[in-house]
Design a protein. Structure first.
Length: 133
């Protein structure tokens, strides 16, 4: 947890220096987004680390946490939610790509590329799990 805190503090300091234009010129805001991502990732990993650390202090809490994380009902609900979200996302990608075909060709090509990569990942994982199980 101390490493996560150190990384988080470093990212916050770099972000402050960047926003104040001390670190880089004002027109290079891409790095600011990267630092913001580091702060968000550091915050979420810090919160999760503290949560797991709190659960692992007591043997009874650790057993409850293990059962909670490996509950078959929860895993089935997660799987169904991911399947539904993936279906909705791939459908929306296709519809938005068709709508943008009349507006901007670059956006259309990008959306179709994302659609085909996403669809390929779904097919490949489906083939993998059909062979495995």
């Amino acid at each position: 947890i101390t490493i996560a805190i150190a990384l988080y503090v470093t990212a916050v300091v770099l972000e402050i220096l960047y926003v104040l234009n001390v670190l880089v010129p004002a027109d290079q805001y891409i790095m600011s987004g990267i630092f913001s991502g580091c702060i968000g990732g550091g915050t979420s990993s810090l919160i999760m680390g503290l949560y797991v650390n709190k659960k692992s202090k007591n043997e009874e809490n650790l057993k409850k946490f293990y059962i909670e994380q490996n509950d078959e009902r929860r895993l089935l609900l997660e799987r169904k939610a991911i399947y539904t979200a993936s279906t909705i996302l791939i459908s929306l990608l296709w519809i938005v790509a068709l709508v943008f075909a009349y507006i901007n060709l670059t956006v259309t090509i990008t959306l179709f590329a994302v659609f085909f990569v996403f669809f390929a990942i779904i097919l490949l994982t489906g083939l993998y799990y059909s062979k495995k199980y």
